[in-house]
Write a protein that binds this ligand. Sequence first.
Ligand code: GTP
Ligand code: MG
Length: 322
Amino acid sequence: MLIDEIKIYISSGKGGDGMVSFNKNMMELGPTGGSGGKGGDVIAEGVSDIGALKAFRFKKKIYAKDGENGLSQFRDGKDGEDLFLRVPVGTVMENLATGEVKEIKKIGERVLILKGGRGGKGNFHFRSSRNTSPKKSEKGKEGDSAEFYFQLKLIADVGFIGLPNVGKSSLLNELTNSKSKVANYAFTTLEPNLGAYYELIIADIPGLIAGAHKGRGLGVKFLKHIERTKTLFHFISANTENPIEDYNTVYGELKKHNKKLLEKDEYIIISKKDDVSKEKLKKIEKEVKKIGKEFCTISILEEESLKSIKRILASISKEKRK
Ligand SMILES: Nc1nc2c(ncn2[C@@H]2O[C@H](COP(=O)(O)OP(=O)(O)OP(=O)(O)O)[C@@H](O)[C@H]2O)c(=O)[nH]1
Ligand SMILES: [Mg+2]
């Protein structure tokens, strides 16, 4: 199961305390207390694995290492190691204590989540001409801690949407080296799959049905993943009885989930053209035309019709590069 949201308590490391100590050599009675090391930072790092949040599934709390205390003989404490959290690209991270929201947009991108506490100064740092043997040192600063909500919101260039069983995964597999499961029944795809078509990321979203926005079927869990998809390919099967109704069912779910979804560039893909007679196909195309959006008719069994999809993808690529 795709883990696409988690709540977790995170704490950065505490700074080490400064030391009070004096040179034991009677000839030179100076302060020698070293400073504490800095507490470890907590840093999120973007990875391509969309399932990476599952690593946190059973963790309730995570801590970066504390800095070590300063020692005598001018020895400073070691800094606490930084803690790296590997999260999928598209993860939005909210600090529930402050409301601050940060996100990871690129593979390899690093974002500071919580800064470690500063180390306290040892008494060596408090020497002066007036006070040559200070007994003062600082405590290390506490680390920061808060509960966080991490939510994966996929960033894809193209999202495949539609009712179940309309051939979304089949086309994804055809165009990319994704191995999305394909079968002749509803809800074959249980969680989004990503594929790369040259520089475009394509997301195949599980089938949507009426009531998805209220939690029917699987769709609602994934509607949020369409929010940050630039272009939608809206699939309608050529062997449907009522293409307009199919279209409106999915359109209605998008609208009820978030009206912004309707502002995306959208292409209608009439799939499985090989599965129906020429007459039926004509009729479907005539009806789909009434929706007033650009559409193309395909079969994954025909090289020629895949070319029309590839042309659309090429124009999206070109737009992206601009
Ligand atoms: N004849 C024909 N069958 C197709 C075509 N594309 C897909 N199919 C078949 O349609 C069925 C459903 O395909 P999927 O790709 O699993 O459909 P989906 O839209 O991903 O379905 P869900 O994951 O349930 O939402 C499978 O049996 C496919 O082999 C096509 O162009 N022509
Ligand atoms: Mg599928």
